[in-house]
Design a protein around this ligand. Structure first.
Ligand SMILES: *[C@@H]1O[C@H](CO)[C@@H](O)[C@H](O)[C@H]1NC(C)=O
Ligand SMILES: *[C@@H]1O[C@H](CO)[C@@H](O)[C@H](O)[C@H]1NC(C)=O
Ligand SMILES: *[C@@H]1O[C@H](CO)[C@@H](O)[C@H](O)[C@H]1NC(C)=O
Ligand SMILES: *[C@@H]1O[C@H](CO)[C@@H](O)[C@H](O)[C@H]1NC(C)=O
Ligand SMILES: *[C@@H]1O[C@H](CO)[C@@H](O)[C@H](O)[C@H]1NC(C)=O
Ligand SMILES: *[C@@H]1O[C@H](CO)[C@@H](O)[C@H](O)[C@H]1NC(C)=O
Ligand SMILES: *[C@@H]1O[C@H](CO)[C@@H](O)[C@H](O)[C@H]1NC(C)=O
Ligand SMILES: *[C@@H]1O[C@H](CO)[C@@H](O)[C@H](O)[C@H]1NC(C)=O
Ligand SMILES: *[C@@H]1O[C@H](CO)[C@@H](O)[C@H](O)[C@H]1NC(C)=O
Ligand SMILES: *[C@@H]1O[C@H](CO)[C@@H](O)[C@H](O)[C@H]1NC(C)=O
Ligand SMILES: *[C@@H]1O[C@H](CO)[C@@H](O)[C@H](O)[C@H]1NC(C)=O
Ligand SMILES: *[C@@H]1O[C@H](CO)[C@@H](O)[C@H](O)[C@H]1NC(C)=O
Length: 595
């Protein structure tokens, strides 16, 4: 009883302190306990058509606001009678995607061969009828932004459909209505680096904070300094997510903290240029009480910029790597520590819709093509942005080729072929940068896929086409390999010592925190036991021959496919619900291929 009273006193004291703060801060504090739920928009389509080509879709778009924890899209199809005949419900197909119009082929026509299915947002698909029954697509913890919905009367293969009599049949119009309902958390408190934050909450109630991570950071750490759990509360759970509030099953990192444990920190990888949400909940299995628990924590961020290029002298050549910044890619594995050059591309556009390129700043200034120089000791990354809804309706193309090697002997100029052993692995991704890995992989810190673009001396150029590229930041990364790969053999205890070293260093460090990983790695790789850990992905780095090469590239957006369609098609613009997109319309009764 006495303890309870004390705690209540403490809680009141804290509340009192809160009242002393500015009114707006106090409102924020109170507000972040609550969820807000509401219907936020309704859209009714015009009359929807039977799918024959992409031109027949009706496109609508709906916006999910920031801080949404749950979104429910409700779709209802109905028929309007336009004659004395009754209407029969018909089949409707609906596709929904975040960030750009969905790319679909309900008639099973083939996509052009260079259309690549690179890390796209999830395609939601439902089939229903125009029978006034409600259909739902429910999303927990969705990314905020525009969601594009393509809806049409389902495709019927003309081979199997009966011939309908013209003129006498019922005349019916089908429409679909979309309603968006969301549940939001209210504006979370902002956490700044190294600032002690306090959280007070009753059990099983989530409290949210957020922090913005700029371009120069690649991971962060939350250190719990004090925990004061109420009776019945077993632990404090921290969940982290990027761009959206986390929830029980959606997070990028999560950890439980106990009052008697000395494991007091959680480290997570960050996404540059994003808000990171931190959810704190005091978990209780037993009966909930109204007594609050309390904790304090601090946030630390770690930069991956390499400011001191002493160690990477080959990367300090300004003429060879103009307009770039040098960073290091790492993933908590002793054998993955690779420097890279990041180039911010600028947009160079025409007023023609969907016609723009992304180029190096110096290319724009000198109005020439400037090759990008590569070595096998680092990789290159281009960063560019598809900024708004007026840029998503075309096709993004990424073309890469070796720069021809010219050789001057006296006055004669001759071409030299690219060495046979030179291979470039390239990756194109949105939102999170992928690391090109020997022999043909694109990896992030938690995923792996096969690269679509591998360049060698016999494949002289290579193309990726991305129809309707999603909004956001995109990365094109590419790495030169030129040797046989002798496999990396890093003993497990080296990795363990590395983890221990990095953890201790990052908790302790004050300034030059970004050196922790490099310092720990360097110290270990110098030891006899761990010298097999000096790797470049799955290949041993030590003793490998070095090589260099240059590439020319084209990253640009065009209408349809490079501005054209096949001889049987015309490139047309469609407008629906204010969204413009380009698509190929078949002529001469041509069907089948989507060229
Ligand atoms: C989706 O959410 C709505 C509430 O908006 C609910 O009525 C419906 O049952 C949910 N549907 C599914 C499939 O979870
Ligand atoms: C694209 O990838 C998704 C999964 O990532 C898959 O479901 C879909 O079928 C793929 N589409 C094509 C056209 O390959
Ligand atoms: C705390 O750390 C020490 C060593 O640093 C370890 O021996 C001890 O078991 C740890 N205690 C707990 C509760 O994890
Ligand atoms: C509190 O939340 C946890 C996890 O969500 C759940 O297992 C537990 O039953 C909840 N406790 C109560 C008393 O509702
Ligand atoms: C690559 O090197 C050439 C000289 O060999 C230089 O002209 C060019 O600017 C370099 N490219 C970049 C992107 O710095
Ligand atoms: C680097 O690029 C800038 C333009 O962005 C240009 O003015 C400068 O001459 C370039 N430097 C070198 C060494 O090529
Ligand atoms: C280049 O790549 C192509 C296709 O990936 C492959 O068929 C060819 O053998 C490769 N050439 C060399 C020299 O490795
Ligand atoms: C790519 O290479 C093919 C031959 O392999 C050539 O016909 C085509 O013009 C090249 N494209 C570009 C953009 O260089
Ligand atoms: C790579 O390995 C192959 C056989 O494994 C060998 O024939 C070739 O000479 C090696 N190339 C280099 C550059 O070491
Ligand atoms: C890393 O090593 C350098 C010198 O080798 C040292 O100056 C720096 O303090 C170290 N950083 C950390 C965080 O230990
Ligand atoms: C780090 O990357 C390497 C490949 O480069 C991979 O084998 C390893 O599993 C990754 N480790 C983590 C912790 O993601
Ligand atoms: C690139 O490699 C060639 C040998 O293949 C070498 O002569 C040249 O100096 C290298 N260039 C740079 C900038 O490292």
């Amino acid at each position: 009883m006495e303890k309870k009273k004390n705690e209540r006193m403490l809680w009141l004291a804290v509340l009192f302190v809160c009242f002393q703060l500015t009114a707006s801060f106090q409102n924020q504090l109170k507000a972040s306990f609550r969820y807000q739920s509401s219907i936020i928009s309704k859209t009714r389509t015009s009359v929807i058509h039977r799918y024959e080509t992409y031109r027949d879709i009706t496109l609508i778009h709906l916006y999910i606001p920031q801080h949404t924890l749950f979104a429910s899209f409700k779709f209802t199809g109905d028929e309007t009678r336009m004659s004395i005949f009754a209407c029969k419900p018909r089949d409707v197909s609906l596709y929904m995607k975040y960030g750009a119009p969905p790319v679909i082929n309900p008639d099973d026509s083939t996509f052009p061969k260079d259309f690549k299915n690179i890390t796209r947002s999830k395609l939601h698909h439902i089939e229903f009828m125009t029978d006034n029954k409600d259909q739902y697509i429910n999303l927990t913890s969705p990314y905020p932004g525009w969601y594009y919905v393509a809806v049409f009367l389902s495709y019927v293969n003309p081979k199997f459909s009966a011939i309908t009599q013209q003129g006498l049949g019922p005349s019916c119009y089908a429409n679909v209505e979309a309603l968006l309902y969301v549940e939001k958390i209210s504006n979370p408190l902002i956490v700044s680096e190294n600032h002690l934050m306090e959280v007070i909450s009753i059990s099983n109630t989530s409290r949210y904070f957020k922090t913005y991570i700029t371009d120069d950071y690649d991971h962060a750490l939350i250190q719990v300094e004090t925990i004061d759990l109420a009776p019945n509360v077993e632990s404090m759970k921290i969940r982290i997510d990027v761009g959206k509030p986390s929830s029980q099953n959606t997070f990028i990192a999560a950890k439980s903290f106990y009052s008697n444990s000395n494991d007091t920190s959680i480290t997570f990888w960050t996404v540059p240029g994003s808000w990171h949400y931190i959810e704190i909940v005091f978990e209780s299995e037993k009966e909930l009480s109204s007594i609050s628990s309390k904790a304090t924590f601090r946030l630390k961020r770690f930069s991956n910029l390499i400011e001191n290029l002493d160690e990477y002298q080959f990367l300090s050549n300004k003429a060879y790597f103009n307009n770039s910044i040098t960073k290091i890619y790492r993933n908590r594995s002793l054998s993955t520590l690779i420097p890279y050059k990041q180039y911010a591309l600028v947009r160079d556009g025409l007023s023609d819709t969907f016609t723009f390129s992304f180029v190096l700043e110096s290319e724009m200034q000198h109005n020439t093509i400037i090759p990008v120089n590569m070595t096998n000791d680092h990789f290159s990354a281009f960063k560019f942005s598809i900024r708004d809804g007026t840029e998503i309706g075309g096709t993004l193309q990424f073309i890469m080729a070796f720069k021809p090697r010219l050789r001057r002997i006296d006055k004669a100029v001759s071409f030299e072929s690219e060495p046979k052993s030179n291979v470039i692995v390239a990756c194109l991704s949105r939102y999170v940068m992928e690391l090109p890995v020997w022999p043909n992989k694109c990896v992030t810190r938690n995923s792996e896929r096969t690269s679509e673009l591998i360049l060698n001396s016999t494949v002289e150029n290579s193309t990726i086409l991305v129809p309707y590229p999603e909004l956001g930041t995109w990365y094109a990364t590419f790495k030169l390999f030129c040797h046989n790969c002798s496999s990396c053999n890093c003993p497990e205890n080296c990795q363990d010592s590395f983890n221990a070293c990095v953890d201790a260093c990052e908790l302790d460090c004050d300034i030059s925190c970004q050196d922790c990983i490099t310092n720990c790695s360097r110290a270990l790789i110098e030891t006899e036991e761990c010298k097999g850990c000096d790797c470049d992905g799955p290949c041993l780095r030590k003793g490998a021959p070095s090589c260099n090469s240059s590439i020319v590239y084209d990253i640009s957006s065009r209408q349809c496919i490079s501005g054209q369609c096949s001889p049987n098609g015309l490139c047309r613009f469609m407008v629906s619900d204010g969204v413009v997109f380009s698509t190929c319309n078949c002529i001469n009764k041509y069907r089948g291929k989507l060229h």
